[in-house]
Design a protein around this ligand. Sequence first.
Ligand code: FES
Ligand SMILES: [Fe+2]
Length: 460
Amino acid sequence: MDTPGEIIARRPRPSVQEVYDTDPFPAPDVLRAESPPQGQSLEDVGVERYFSPEWHDREVEKIWRKCWQLACRVKEVAAVGDQLVYEIVDDSLLVVRTAEGDAPGAIRAYVNSCLHRGTLLRSEAGNARQIRCPFHGWTWSLDGRLKVLPGEWDFPQVDKAKFCLPEAQVGVWGGFVFVNFDAECEPFESYLENLPEHFAAFRLEDRYKAAHVAKIMPCNWKLGMEAFIEAYHVPIAHPQVVTYYGDSNTQYDIWPGVRHVSRMLSVQGVASPSLKGVAEQTTVDDLRRDAPFYAGRPIEVGPGETARHKLAERAREKIGRSSGTDMSQLSDAESLDLIEYLMFPNMVPWGGQALPIVYRFRPNGNDPDSHIMEIMFLFAKAPDGSHPPPAAMNLLGPDQPWADAPELGSAAMVADQDTDNLRRIQKGLKNTRKPGVTFARYQESRLRHFHATLDDYLAK
Ligand code: FES
Ligand SMILES: [Fe+2]
């Protein structure tokens, strides 16, 4: 098995770290560290996990009912009485703001099922000072105590004090609310591992959700997520980006002892190492063609200048203007690059300052052959701190392309290219005579790491 040093030596160059070495605005320490995978098994990963109903059922028990998972933004339950429905497979939680501030218990998550005859207490978000079942009107206070039982004389067996709504655990990080159904679960703070340290400068909690688009995808949730945590497929599946996106030199980080978090870093404003002699001006022009973010007055790359530094300059200017903060010293890396983490099992948050994206991948009910993929954009607030309310989820129909969501900009084209492939992967895997998929040692190391953690949870 190769050592991390050998992996680094063999990877196409310039490496991400070599690009960072020449950046005039140096990347922060958290991005200058590198941690290639060590000691991962190179064995194939069995295909049944992508379509077997039994496998899906095990994931429900061992993953979705045991792991911390992203429910919503804190701002979506900002006012006392705000109630939001979070669904995962057949489970439904009511995420409720019960008090102002961020003390523990100010946001709670109740099992969304009436203790009388099981009716869903709510099917969509809203605000109310109580939680009232629409069927016979049993009503709980925001802190989960049963306070109104219509026809109480007829329920001699009901002790109201014992009919509190069952709760899931709640954790808050980065402006997100997380939930966990398991009362015995690992504490949220330790589950997050090194994520808070890595995101300290990115401050996702200060951003607002400007776009939220969801789509039923034609494949298992794990296949969907896998396509977004490696760059190996990029030059073939997204050929339009090779003149401005470093693909095969992407850096993948798996930290020793860290189970829930992994990372990849891809440089932008630098052509793929597979291309030679791309003019710096072509890199600028092609990125501007695909990413409206860099639009505006022309960008000319003069002698001795590089596309990366000119693009970073434009990005700093734009980020500074939109947020009203001084971004004149922001690193080229945080201005331009893809800085992408995974938080097990299904949340993929981006760092940096240009455009933090968050992906989430959830099963689509009990169908192992499809899933719900979501793309969220977290924008900086206006200079005066104001911002629009968090974007509601725009759910595209199964046959609608991502391009039907104009709020996604150029991300839609990329996601549509991936969707076409994912449909083929789901069908192809059911048809294969080969029992497992064969992951690359380095470029697909995050996939291996994810499956190793998944297997650990399933074996418990
Ligand atoms: S089912 Fe909820 S009050 Fe009857
Ligand atoms: Fe892709």
